[in-house]
Design a protein around this ligand. Sequence first.
Ligand SMILES: Nc1nc2c(ncn2[C@@H]2O[C@H](COP(=O)(O)OP(=O)(O)OP(=O)(O)O)[C@@H](O)[C@H]2O)c(=O)[nH]1
Ligand SMILES: [Mg+2]
Length: 449
Amino acid sequence: MFDTLTSSFKGAIDKIRFYDDAKALKKALAELKKSLLKADVHHRVVKELLTVVEKETKEKGIGKENFLRSLQKNVEKILTAKGNQGFVFASKPPTVVLMIGLQGSGKTTTTGKIAYFLKEQKKKKVMVVAGDLQRLAAVEQLRQITEQIGVTLIANENLTPQKIVKEALKKAEKELYDVVLIDTAGRLAIDDELMNELADIKKIANPDELFYVADAMTGMDAVRTAQTFKDKIGITGVILTKYDGDSKGGIALGIAHQVGVPLRFIGAGEKMQDLEPFIPDRITSRLMGEGDLESLAEKTANIIDEKKAKQLTSKIKKGKFNFNDFLEQMESMKKLGSMKSILSMIPGMSGMAKQIGDMDLENSSEIKMIKAMINSMTKKERENPELLNNTRKRRLAKGAGLSQMQVNRVLKQFKNAGKMAKQLSKKGGMKQMQEIIRVTKTSTKQTIH
Ligand SMILES: Nc1nc2c(ncn2[C@@H]2O[C@H](COP(=O)(O)OP(=O)(O)OP(=O)(O)O)[C@@H](O)[C@H]2O)c(=O)[nH]1
Ligand SMILES: [Mg+2]
């Protein structure tokens, strides 16, 4: 997700090789300046960052360690603005969030994404309120999204946004909802009508958070409009959307510092799982190429059910992992989000994340093929693929639109994978994996501190 920025930092870090070499420091700073500007980080932010890093490194003694430490500290400082980080729950539920922003910035999609994040990862009872009643299509869009993710929607085309918000909040309190997300109507440009309507809704909703949703691809305009919304309505967080379409990505580095409001989430894709909380110290560590195991652990912990994981391990140990389990695993994997974002959180893998591009678990042809095949199997066959004789394999191929060779190949791969997993689990394989990750993390940290 932060490919361009991460390689900017890595490039500069690699330039400082020798201890006590002023030339190397100068070169590293120049390199960093060039690539940050190229990544569209605002020039004032770049200057501020580099001036202090240069000063600190010189004071402490030029060398990779001091340079890195100063860079890391000051990047984190720039990413941090006064206020909450990630999603913060109000001390007394429900936490009320007002989503505001210009037309097409991604408010409705992001409302869905946050609802999904809270439901799946935080196990919260979430209500979404359609505060955009001007366009019929807007309510329909929200209806589709909330149905897809299974959260409550409150909408009534016959009421004003103000009335519907009032009703929704009453219901949320009575029925003990944890979070109420209010989607609002956007405008093409900032005008008084919009500001008045929002100010009105704000008064009624008395929100804990006002998230300004900005399209990352609009670059510096996103910063300017966020500033205006901050001045006129007051905002407590910024969310950058369409970050996937912004190959430069520099705006994420400066926006919190420039507006003076924390960047809370980044949206990088059209799917519901394409949302990431923006936690400055974790992002800094990703930018420095160190990965972000904390976020990864959080993601997996809530999605992978521990009891199920244990059952699965015991199945694998016995060599009984079957196609039903496989399908179930695929579903959980999907909830984790894109492969690229997962890889970028693993130390040392950020480079690979860039190379691998995006492997789409739902749409890769290989996975589609396997799924089509599994769907054509009987329940018994899924549990025990050994039952598949040649006649059945031929039928299966036909049913799934595959050649028999493809069917045989998948079955063989599956069998081999099962064997390998069994072997791995015997030797305490998962523990070994975790240990490898832990050691890698400690050793990369050691080079920094
Ligand atoms: N690629 C990509 N597309 C996004 C992202 N977020 C939103 N979109 C797309 O942007 C378009 C507009 O999103 P909406 O959520 O409808 O925007 P909105 O702010 O609610 O728009 P209005 O209600 O008209 O003001 C949709 O096609 C979304 O799928 C993102 O992070 N990445
Ligand atoms: Mg909308």
